[in-house]
Design a protein around this ligand. Structure first.
Ligand code: FAD
Ligand code: NAP
Length: 465
């Protein structure tokens, strides 16, 4: 219970029947929270296994993992709070170790049988009585009282918008980072990698070992953070949410500068922002590869023509491959667009989880932390579990809307305007704020007698089935 009190028969009061979409690292964290609370749920997973993005060559076709993908958030940051990764793991494990860790998590806590594998949710529709009707790709339709969405947000590639002039007639290969597998396709080739996020860093570095030439094109500069400072993974530096952000910002920016100097020194564009105002680009290798002369920085692409890529400074190179590391779209293919969608990655949820107008839908892992997603998804799962049981009550709608507005405004003020900065959170701050919101909501729940929200109680549709 979020407030530390134990209430007899809380589960018996009924959270109704819950549908959970996805058994990636966010979905399994939520599934554990529901399972532990005795909430009746089905977790539908398209794939034949758990782990989502972390399953290389996942048969769901949605994973962006490449053969040599290693995490860039360190092991202690990424692990769930009650299930440490094995001591034998390195600081930044390989995707295969991460996927194995998720498998072990599900078995350790014993809820594997609640996951329905190789079953996709095709459509989730809100019914007039407030329940959900969920159509599966098996053809079956099932009624649910509440819906939890953990379908991931790094699987639907965002290609450059609008497409570059000449991209329809370019003679080389154009691909998105999402379909990158390994650097064998770059052998002896001239490769242009576009973007300054973590995909671009990894792919440019991998290309630089085998390609004839690798160019790294960017439309704006970023601060590149090393994986280690003071001999420790950078994300394990003390980051106290009680210290004002500006103070923490100055400290980290000073560290990054003292490590590498300004990005311009490497021929990269000067960042137009300060540290912490863009999603962090973490790479221990990119600056070396640039300084070894194996990667040539370039400004943004202006146009493609035949085999030529022209950049915004007028320079041109011949290229066999262009890799667009231009990010992802937040998409919910199972919702009618007018019900819930995220145009330009924009979606307004209370603390990234609750829809202010639909009481029985919640989103898990739909956030982009400066830090790892998993412990945040774990906290969200527990929060939603409490909510479904009536142990937590949301604030009134007007208060949620005001909170969302304030949050959107703070994000707009802080972050570089970009479709990749619409669901940002600071890891430690988010956990800290969530804990205090859970305490406040537990007090509200106590005051109203621990009643689960009406829409989450078993509906006629469910009880009849
Ligand atoms: C290349 C890359 C590297 C990354 N590295 C890191 C990192 O180091 N640290 C970090 O914290 N984050 C990293 N991320 C972010 C990544 O989003 C998270 O690590 C993590 O995968 C999020 O888990 P998830 O469960 O939310 O989504 P996913 O891992 O995408 O899992 C979603 C699951 O939902 C299932 N699903 C989707 N739709 C349906 C449906 N309709 N019906 C049934 N099932 C469905 C999918 O099959 C999948 O199993 C990285 C992302 C990428 C692309
Ligand atoms: N090793 C790892 O752990 C690892 C590896 C890869 C990815 N990841 C994670 O996966 C997620 C996605 O990362 P990502 O790098 O694929 O995407 P991303 O973070 O969204 O970065 C996209 C990049 O492409 C640029 N871009 C977008 N549209 C463009 C356009 N039309 N023209 C020119 N540039 C354009 C963006 O620039 P603007 O900033 O100007 O928009 C940004 O630099 C992140 O969470 C990341 O941390 C982790």
């Amino acid at each position: 219970m979020s407030d530390g009190s134990s209430r007899e028969g809380a589960a018996g009061m009924g959270a109704g029947r819950v549908c959970l979409i996805g058994a990636g690292s966010s979905g399994i964290a939520a599934a554990k929270a529901l399972y532990e609370r005795g909430i009746d749920f089905d977790c539908f997973e398209k794939s034949d296994r758990i782990g989502g993005n972390w399953v290389f060559e996942n048969k769901n076709g949605m994973s962006a993992a490449y053969r040599d993908l290693f995490i860039n958030t360190s092991r202690p940051r990424m692990e769930y709070s009650d299930f440490p990764m094995p001591e034998s793991y390195p600081d930044f494990p390989h995707h295969s170790q991460i996927a194995a860790y998720f498998e072990e998590y599900v078995d350790r806590f014993g809820f594997r049988e609640r996951i329905v594998f190789e079953t996709g949710v095709e459509h989730a529709g809100l019914q007039p009585d407030g329940s959900w009707s969920v159509r599966l790709d098996t053809g079956e339709t099932r009624p649910y009282d509440a819906l939890l969405v953990a379908n991931g947000h790094h699987w639907n590639p965002r290609w450059p918008e609008p497409a570059f002039p000449g991209s329809d007639t370019f003679e080389g290969l154009q691909m998105h980072a999402h379909s990158y597998v390994d650097n064998s396709i770059f052998e002896g080739k001239r490769v242009v990698v576009l973007g300054m996020g973590n995909s671009a860093m990894d792919i440019a570095v991998e290309s630089s070992y085998v390609a004839e030439r690798t160019y790294l094109a960017a439309r704006q500069g970023v601060w590149i953070i090393p994986k280690y400072v003071f001999g420790k993974p950078v994300d394990q530096l003390r980051n106290d949410p009680r210290v004002p952000f500006k103070v923490r910002q100055r400290f980290i920016q000073g560290l990054v500068r003292s490590y590498a100097g300004p990005p311009e020194r490497y021929g990269l564009p000067k960042p137009g922002h300060r540290f912490g105002e863009a999603h962090p680009t973490i790479s221990g290798r990119i600056l070396d590869r640039i300084q070894h002369g194996t990667i040539a920085p370039k400004p943004n692409i202006a146009a493609l023509e035949g085999e030529t890529v022209r950049f915004e400074d007028g320079s041109e190179v011949q290229a066999d491959v262009v890799v667009y590391c231009t990010g992802y779209k937040i998409t919910f293919p199972f919702f009618d667009e007018q019900l819930i969608s995220a145009p330009d990655n924009h979606i307004e949820l209370f603390r990234r989880v609750f829809h202010p107008d639909i009481a029985n839908v919640a989103f898990i892992g739909l956030l982009q932390p400066l830090g790892a997603i998993m412990p945040l998804a774990e906290a969200q799962g527990a929060w939603v579990g409490d909510y479904l049981l009536g142990d937590y009550a949301l604030p009134p709608r007007e208060q949620m809307l005001a909170d969302i507005r304030a949050d959107q405004e703070a994000m707009r003020r802080r972050y570089v305007a970009s479709k990749r900065h619409t669901i940002q959170v600071d890891f430690d701050d988010y956990l800290h704020d969530l804990a205090s919101e859970r305490r406040a909501g537990a007090a509200r729940a106590r005051a109203r007698g621990y009643l689960p929200p009406a829409q989450c109680r078993p509906s006629a549709a469910t009880t009849a089935s």
